[in-house]
Each structure stands twice: as C-alpha cells, then as structure tokens.
Design a protein around this ligand. Structure first.
Ligand SMILES: *[C@@H]1O[C@H](CO)[C@@H](O)[C@H](O)[C@H]1NC(C)=O
Ligand SMILES: *[C@@H]1O[C@H](CO)[C@@H](O)[C@H](O)[C@H]1NC(C)=O
Ligand SMILES: *[C@@H]1O[C@H](CO)[C@@H](O)[C@H](O)[C@H]1NC(C)=O
Length: 356
C-alpha cells in the first residue's frame, strides 16, 4: 500500500504506534537493505520516527521469499472488466494527460512489443477471488473530469482527496459515473499541489471512499506530479536527490520527468487496487491496518537483479532513454509486482523467469 517512491500507504493513518510496531516487525524480518537513496536512518537519526522508518525502511523481499506470506483474506478483487476514471486536479498539459492515458490503455493492449505493459499486467491477473475468478485482463479508460481551478485548494489532506472525488461524482455537468464494482477512480494532482505527506512519506496511495463523505464506497488512488516538489524522491531514477552528488539521473522515456515518474506509481496503485480494492483481499503481513500489498513488495525493482541501490536490468532506447516495457507507441518504466506462484517479484522483462 505504501507507494513505490518513498512509500504509499493507507489513507486513514493507522495510529502511529501501530504503524511503528508493524514496521518494526517488517524491518526485523527483512534482511534486505534499502535500495533507495533515502537517508540511512541508522546513521541519520538516533531515534527514527515513523516517517524516518518509512523513508529508510526497506520492504524489498527479492530473494527472501521465505519471509513473504502473501495471503488472500476473502474480500473481493476486480474480476470484471476494469474501468479507470480519472480526475485531473489543477493545471495539466495535454501532452502530460496523453502519456498517462496511453499507459492505462496499454495495460490490456494486444500487440505491443514484448516486453509489454500487458505482459506486466499478466502477473496481476494471477490473483483470484474465492470463486477462483482471476483479476480482469481488461482495463480501460473511463470518463475524465477536470478540476482545473483547484476546487479544494493547493494543499490537500488525505481526506480532501475524497472530497475531490465527491465533487467529481456529484458535479452538475458530466459527473463521473458511479461504478463501485469495477470502477477505479484515480486522482492526479498537478505539480503545484501539495498533498499531506507527499514527498516525505508518499508519492501516491490507494484506499476506498467513505459513504459518509462521497456517498459510495469506491476504490480510488491518488498520485501526485512531483516535478516541482520532489522529483528526486518520487520520480527517481529520472531525478536524483540532492544528497546523492555524482549520481546521474536517467533519461526518461517520454520527456517529462514528473509524469514519467508518476507512471510507475500509477502502475503500483492500479495493481494493488485490482488485487485489494477494499483492503481485505490480497496482502501480506500480520496487521490489516498496515497491509503489505503486491506492489509494496517490489518497490524499486524494475528488472532482473533489482534490489539494494540497483534498479535491476533495464533497457536503453536508441535515444538514450531508460525503460523496461513497451506500451502502445510509448515506452515506460514500471516497477514489478509480486508473483505469488513463483514467490518473488516478476515482470515482463525478466531474464531468468518464465516469460509472461
Ligand atoms: C546504514 O548505516 C549502518 C551503520 O553505519 C550500516 O551498518 C548500514 O550498512 C547502512 N545501511 C545502508 C543501506 O547504507
Ligand atoms: C520525523 O521525520 C521527519 C521526516 O524525516 C522529520 O522532518 C522530522 O523532523 C522528524 N521528527 C522528529 C521528532 O525526529
Ligand atoms: C488465474 O489464476 C491462476 C492461479 O494463480 C493461474 O494459475 C492462472 O494462470 C490464472 N489465469 C490467467 C488467465 O491469468
């Protein structure tokens, strides 16, 4: 649930103590060191607080699969054709929307060159519900809503994201359709919007809306454009943090560092929404208030050998851009997800795994 960058996690924050305990458990069972260039909490802080732990803690389990018990908790998963409704909050350029739309459209595209985004989604399709039905192969773009004038301001709390969704589904003109069974609602905030914990702990998160706020229970996610606020955190490796002098950022495949960085976060959230839409289906860990979901386990792993400070084996385009999968017309860099049959992270560009 924590996000691919620094970490995304559940919207209503669990009591900090609980989270700390859960994290401590996780950290203590994980022998793997953090791959990310986050400050080393062991050295930077004598008494790390929860956000320090989220920063510095690693949940990279590649190669330590005996510790991961990805479990099904009997809740629903998205087995019917998935429709992704998007809310563009703030000022978005056409070119930026296009990159994100094409990524979402690529998830069930047929005929993209291998390794493909559709191949990446095949790992997500391996998850089933109690009746044995798999996650849907089909993910399509639904309706879109523009919230150009920042209806809830430029500084949002986590809960405000639900209010943004409420405005979109209750708008007088062209409200977003209500689709609790197979609809996903993605809120994308522009680069001048700060969302609670953005950059410090999260680059995105997913949860479901509360009937008391929105009127319905709808699975949703938020992903922010970090280009201005913290590209070194949320658009890594296309930007690197200041405290890593000498480390060169990689060239992003679609020429937009913030948006190219968002793509992997969107992939992370959509994969988790599909397998754990109401946070009672597929996750590992003892504590339901801090579930470790299928993308959490593979944060920062984009290719074979990923882990530590290494992204794994990636591909370089003739233009020097770095990516790991092909979509329709475009290339993307998307983190891998946990494969519960193999019991490790997998992706379409894996060199040493059964081809997906
Ligand atoms: C963090 O610092 C400790 C103590 O100096 C060191 O043992 C550990 O290897 C460091 N971890 C990383 C990821 O650099
Ligand atoms: C907790 O962590 C945040 C982010 O790393 C930091 O800004 C803050 O100063 C820390 N608080 C304490 C009490 O250490
Ligand atoms: C459905 O899930 C099962 C169990 O993980 C898997 O063996 C099967 O290949 C999946 N089917 C598809 C179409 O992905």
């Amino acid at each position: 649930m924590r996000q691919g960058c620094a970490g995304r996690y559940l919207e209503p924050p669990a009591p900090v103590l609980l989270r700390l305990i859960a994290l401590t458990l996780l950290l203590s069972i994980s022998p793997v060191v953090s791959w990310r260039p986050w400050p080393n909490t062991t050295t930077t802080s004598a008494a790390p607080n929860s956000s320090d732990l989220l920063f510095g803690g690693s949940k990279k389990f590649e190669g330590s699969s005996e510790f991961v018990h990805m479990k099904y908790h009997m809740g629903p998963v998205l087995t019917a054709d998935i429709t992704v409704h998007t809310i563009w909050y703030g000022a978005w350029q056409k070119s930026q929307k296009k990159i994100i739309r094409e990524f979402i459209n690529s998830i069930s595209a047929v005929g993209s060159k291998s390794p493909s985004v559709a191949g990446w989604w095949r790992t997500v399709q391996l998850y089933t519900d109690q009746t044995g039905s798999n996650i849907s192969r089909t993910v399509r773009l639904g309706s879109e809503k523009n919230d150009r004038f920042y209806s809830h301001g430029k500084t949002l709390t986590r809960l405000d994201i639900q209010s943004v969704i409420k405005s979109a589904v209750t708008a007088r003109s062209k409200p977003l359709p209500i689709n609790p069974q197979s609809g996903l609602y993605l809120v994308f905030t522009a680069d001048d919007v700060y969302v609670q914990d953005f950059c410090r702990q999260v680059c995105g998160f997913h949860y479901f809306t509360f009937p008391s706020i929105v009127g319905y229970t709808l699975p949703y996610a938020w992903v922010g454009n970090s280009a201005k606020l913290c590209p070194g955190v949320c658009a890594y490796p296309f930007a690197v943090p200041e405290y890593m002098p000498g480390l060169k950022p990689l060239k992003s495949p679609n020429g937009d560092v913030g948006v190219d960085g968002m793509i992997s976060v969107i992939g992370h959230e959509v994969a988790e929404l599909a397998t754990n839409p109401l946070v009672n289906a597929w996750y590992a860990g003892q504590d339901p208030s801090f579930p470790v979901e299928i993308a959490d386990l593979c944060e920062g792993i984009y290719g074979t050998g990923g882990g530590g400070s290494y992204t794994g084996q990636l591909m370089d385009g003739h233009d020097g851009a770095t990516y790991n999968m092909n979509g329709i017309r475009r290339r993307f860099l998307v983190q891998w997800v946990w494969n519960h049959l193999l019991n490790y992270c997998s992706g379409p560009n894996a060199l040493d795994q059964p081809k997906l």
